[in-house]
Design a protein around this ligand. Structure first.
Ligand SMILES: O=C(CO)[C@H](O)[C@H](O)COP(=O)(O)O
Ligand SMILES: [Co+2]
Length: 223
């Protein structure tokens, strides 16, 4: 397991002031950007041109979460516009191994996401191709949803697989992560935590980043 990382989602921030909003989370490890196309999920957010503009407003690297159809076509472009990590959904990808290699070729970390009902077992052999695995803890599409406890066993199984293979793949959780739920995720083996509404509904978002980090670090098992 790597060290604990916090990656606030800007989904529930003030979208008309994104430049200022990313500067409110200076101690975050990454900025999590949720890209939705109103096809893979029933919501529409932002895409390449906005990310390209926003990149200039912070030195914190971008963690793009692509909830889109046809990531095989679009994901490498998110690496090209400067995202340090690009996550595609396995449910949408036609050729996940080829896509992960393509993202890495463009200089970004390659990451694959699973919706709550998608099992991890069919993808065990694919894990060495990935820099990060994202296990969704809500149905993708909206911020501010309730954390799904039923995803915790899958996090545990994914961590056990990574240990078995001796690989350094990061394990990210996304959806409903807050001071109330982050310890459960860290205990199960997650090491990268997305938090959207918990961070941006706090009076001081950067202080919330520090509190989330401390809560996860207190229970994480260093291996
Ligand atoms: O991918 C997402 C939704 O599909 C978001 O990253 C996630 O929901 C973050 O928001 P919150 O912490 O409020 O759940
Ligand atoms: Co997300």
């Amino acid at each position: 397991m790597g060290h604990i990382q916090i990656t606030p989602s800007i989904l529930n921030s003030d979208l008309a002031n994104l430049g200022a909003e990313v500067r409110r989370i200076g101690s975050a490890d990454w900025v999590h950007v949720d890209v939705m196309d109103n096809a893979f999920v029933p919501n529409l957010t932002l895409g390449l041109p906005v990310i390209e503009s926003l990149r200039k407003h912070t030195d914190t690297p971008f963690d793009a979460h692509l909830m889109i159809e046809d990531p095989d076509r679009w994901a490498p472009a998110y690496a090209e516009v400067g995202c340090g990590s690009v996550t595609f959904h396995v449910e949408a990808a036609k050729a996940p191994v080829r896509l992960a290699r393509e993202i890495r070729k463009q200089g970004a970390r390659a990451s694959m996401a699973l919706k709550p009902a998608t099992p991890i077992e069919p993808y065990e052999d694919l894990l060495p191709e990935l820099d990060m695995l994202l296990i969704m803890t809500v149905e993708p599409g909206f911020g501010g949803q309730k954390f799904l406890d039923l995803c915790l066993p899958k996090i545990r199984r994914a961590r056990a697989m990574m240990d078995k293979h001796g690989i350094e793949t990061w394990l990210q959780v996304d959806g409903g992560v807050s001071l109330e739920t982050i310890e459960r995720c860290a205990e199960a083996g997650a090491d990268v935590f997305v938090a959207g509404s918990a961070v941006y509904s706090a009076a001081d978002p950067d202080k919330m980043v520090a509190e989330l980090r401390a809560a996860a670090e207190a229970v994480a098992t260093v291996r």
